[in-house]
Design a binder for this molecule. Sequence first.
Ligand SMILES: Cc1cc2nc3c(=O)[nH]c(=O)nc-3n(C[C@H](O)[C@H](O)[C@H](O)COP(=O)(O)OP(=O)(O)OC[C@H]3O[C@@H](n4cnc5c(N)ncnc54)[C@H](O)[C@@H]3O)c2cc1C
Ligand code: FES
Length: 1280
Amino acid sequence: MPLQGAAAAGELVFYVNGRKIIEKNADPEQMLLPYLRKRLCLTGTKYGCGGGGCGACTVMISTYEPTSKKIRHYSANACLFPICSLYGAAVTTVEGVGSTKTRIHPVQESICCQRKANGKCCLDQEDDLFDNEEKVSTNLFSTDEFQPLDPTQELIFPPELMRMAENEPKRTLVFRGERVTWVSPVSLGELLDLKAAHPEAPLVVGNTGVGPDMKFRGVFHPVLIAPARIPDMNVLKYTNDGLTLGAACSLSLVKDILTNAIAKFPEEKTRIFCAVVQQLRTLGGEQIRNVASFGGNIISRKSTSDLNPVLAASNCMLNLASRGQKRQIPVSDIFADGVGNNTITPEEILVSIHIPYSRKGEYVSAFRQAPRRENALPITSAGMRVLFEEGTDVIKDLSIFYGGAVSTTVCAKQTCWTLIGRHWNEQMLDEACRLVLKEIALPGAADGENIDYKKTLMVSFFYRFFLEVSESLKTMDPCRYPGIPVEYGSVLQDFKTRMPQSIQIYQEVEPSQSPQDPVGRPIMHQSGIKHATGEAVYIDDLPLVDGELFLAAVTSSRAHAKIVSIDTSEALKGAGVFDVITAHDVPAANEFYFYDDPEIIFARNEVICVGQIVCAVVADSDVHAKQAAAKVKIEYEMLEPVILTIEEAIKHNSFFEPKRKLEQGNVDEAFETVDNIIKGEICIGGQKHFYMETQSMLAVPKGEDKEMDLYVSTQHPAIVQEMVAASLGVPANRIMCHVKRVGGAFGGKILRTGLLASVAAVAANKTSRAVRFILSREDDMVITGGRHPFIAKYKVGFMNDGRITAVDAKYYINGGCTPDDSLLVAEVSLLKMDNAYKIPNLRCWAYACKTNLPSNTAFRGFGFPQSGLVTETWITDIADKTGLSPEKIREINMYKKNEQTHFKQELDPENLIRCWNECMQKSAYCNRRKAIDAFNKQNYWKKRGIAIVPMKFPFGLGTPYLSQAAALVHIYTDGSVLLTHGGIEMGQGIHTKMIQVASRELNIPMSCIHFCETSTTTVPNACASVGSAGTDVNGMAVKDACQTLLKRLQPIIKKNPTGTWNDWVKEAFKQSVSLSATGYFRGYNECMDWEKGEGQPFTYFLFGAACSEVEINCLTGDHKNLRTDIVMDIGCSINPAVDIGQIEGAFVQGIGLYTMEELKYSSEGVLYTQGPDQYKIPAVCDIPEQFSVSLLSSSQNPYAIYASKGIGEAGFFLGCSVFFALRDAVTAVRNERGLKKTFALNSPLTAEQIRAHCTDAFTEMMANKEAASSLDHICVNDKP
Ligand SMILES: Cc1cc2nc3c(=O)[nH]c(=O)nc-3n(C[C@H](O)[C@H](O)[C@H](O)COP(=O)(O)OP(=O)(O)OC[C@H]3O[C@@H](n4cnc5c(N)ncnc54)[C@H](O)[C@@H]3O)c2cc1C
Ligand code: FES
């Protein structure tokens, strides 16, 4: 379609990292992220989600404003930033900040290393190793150790861009792409003409609304109009009655302007400004607020808008314009029809927004509750305003608006009218709540939403408004208006995020240890700096291979169906499409039988879950591949049954075999003699791995002998090699699998990756081209499984003094559609279910349910996080029943002496008890318990809770051959050493530790040793890097190889003891001594006899304890993690910096499982939570404000390298201390309100669940909707 009234397409001029870019063919559909990564080969900016939700793609944008002569620098998400918006701007990526090739910026340095007392940073570690005066700080990441940024390092804005802005007259910019035209007019008149000609064309300012619609929801716009340069749309004008702001102003700018106004004007005038700023503080993330426009947020009319309710309630006005017409309407008008179809015509645009000053006697508030406190769309938001008759508490005007309730912002109009003329008192409150619930009709639950929670929030927000206004009335006239009880006051303060303060305590190495020996020292991760500078290379950072194709998967949209037909004709016609690959193209094995049911590469005749790969499109770009994949038509015939949940699997008797059981003592007899029996059930939701690097692979056929190089993000190159070879029908020796590093895996990159790599390899084999397959975040979430959802049914017998004598439990895990590791997960959940407790009589079953969900797989902790939570749950149930504290029940039942576990393995619990006692003492548990009780007495709507949880974490893989390992060490004649082993670097620092091992063994500095990659060509048949075992087993192999080499060098060293390493190496070469050696570790002698229910499946045990304190807001269910103290026994840490990082990371991931990460599926098995927008993992605001990790001192482990212990997983379970602290806080609420003692909480314990269990008159209104109960017992002037 020719674009009317626009100039010819022009050149796009901008700068990146000081380099001028002239783009002659700027494509309006091109976002900055792929442009940087693919076009400019600046791969430091990463892809994480593509939707503005994760921040991995953050860059800095700088612009120059010639009239004010001001340069504005701001952060932005490159994934949503159209390159066409960049005209005249400068982009700084992480490469422009600093690099190892030029200089590392102090901020990058601070991200990854500590500055020590001597002023040196750990980058200078080699020097330090030889520095006898070295003092290692016990505080790795104290903020006050960070160096302030050098002010002279102000970034230079390109002078040419300044000249361009000042000298070049502003002209209309037009860019034409393959499918879309971009027009950026410079005057309002021109914009209105364009809009008249193209009424359907959206205005694009921040692209945070249009971008996701085009990317994820298939919305297509042939014309995009960018109005950001129009002065009228950027105005800032103070008038007599308020402030007018241009619609194109960014939300950050609006926040700054309003904050300044709040400081400048009297409080009485700025109440609306304050309420708007309140919402802007937590709306989206900073990168979103920096680009998203004020007008865009309003006009999008999204139900989740934080701003619209408060703007509408405050009588803000919209200044609209169309060709030849201007008008002003209240914000509320745009929702007047209740569905968001509006009064604004397609030709009209929003020019500016007028925010009035508040008046005397007028009070305004805004509220929101989101699944996470920061960077999360609200579940419910609200804006409320009341105006009183002068000098009274009689309502003259009232506005209540809600977001999140229906498809757009909604007004409780009738309620407000009814309440006009009423006094601001409890009767009014009572009636208001009932009227609101009656008036705002919420549709039935969709997308897994809980309607009752939303309704509870609606009335809870009004109650909070009621309290706020009551306090304000008191300020006005304390004699007439008594305000609210002091116990209620704290709920008026929102939780604030403060910079977490953390302490890490570990034992320094013995003074006698050689200063050159790095073992036991907190050495920085070898790639730490490269992580901070973006130079660490991941799969999609690899340069393009000549002729490379991109692959996009076509997945099943049905949970269980017969494939009737696959029509690829339209897809094959797509631009740049090369081929479509199906099961018929697999030369050999399409199915793999590790158990009775197969793992499948391409679905052949039948699909067994939504997200199963049916076929794949290969094309010349990822965009073309994805566009074509969407055109493949698959016809299905639904099959019965569709089993999604554990309950449905039980009903259909759908299980993977065998079922497992462990039993000890005489359970039935023991139940006869106990004082009490409790029965319960707990559901634990699943969890996505949410590694930052999505599943990624590049298959490169080498052109001869059927050889293929595979670059894969996997924890298990050998299985990838094996599966790819089997699918191509070639011997494994033709498949070379390479792994430099993996951007997070957590168990999710083993079998699943083998299947995905086979898809890429089959495509590469068919096309004889290199094929790149990088899953988008949504595809990754939909195609791959995660942690197993879990249901436990338990019966526990105990004595009145708290001794547990009998347990009978059944565990059901949702395995998904194929076995994967589900049976092993079920077994481990049984083996570790006792956690830290001796249970004399125990019977426990585990069932792996076969369902029509994507196959669930290994995940950090492997079944223990679930079964351990069940155990701790019945511990707290017993505490409730006996009236003893949970910690007392824990102490009474904890392993105390050398004893046998329930599968008859010997256990020495000494360090368990030490960890527990040390954690009790370090956390000052007893004193804080008292302080919390006192706090809870003084606060009615906010409560604190505390919990301390012990942990026994058995280490082992259950089968000896699974822990074998090998290493290969070469010494070159210049003295440098190349180290290889079978372990995979997933961020956990294994290569750093292995270099430490080699450094100690060869007695050379770490700087002489290099690790290049893990590869099936150097170390064959390596076991997966799983189960915290990487360092243990590979460390032994590296040690073995180094010792072999040193033994060979020994005669030379003996002959020339004063020589240097290089002298010895050179001499060895001259004497034809081999300078290359392999090392090997046979593995641990572990076994388990499931028939007998006994064995030695573990080699040793780690121990730990964590104490966490939280505060909850009883009105919203929101919570804050105040403090966590962890004590861990990890033997003699090889690298305390890396190990403590593992403990902290695992703990926070545990917080995610137990308190926030929630997967939601439709009744047809479609995953709703497909990205960081809907699926919330912990963010900085969820890290405990005070976070201390101490490693237990003087702990030895005779079974592992240098007396260390494998630490990758253990810290995860301790995240449940937050779950139980929350439970403690909820218990305090319920006790105060005289509610039933026992109550059941499921995981994750989200804000919704917390709110529902803090039962009060508002929640009762939901339970008894018709006859909503009176709010008598929470009225303001009665004592609770
Ligand atoms: C990751 C993420 C998190 C978010 N979190 C939140 C949150 O917590 N709370 C919240 O409220 N919002 C949130 N948002 C939504 C965000 O605030 C809006 O998308 C944004 O304000 C829209 O502004 P924009 O300039 O990016 O709009 P664009 O995408 O550029 O445009 C959006 C729409 O508005 C129309 N439009 C824009 N300006 C005008 C105008 N002047 N006149 C007429 N029509 C116009 C366009 O035609 C288009 O239809 C989030 C968005 C993302 C991507
Ligand atoms: S990739 Fe851009 S925010 Fe996630």
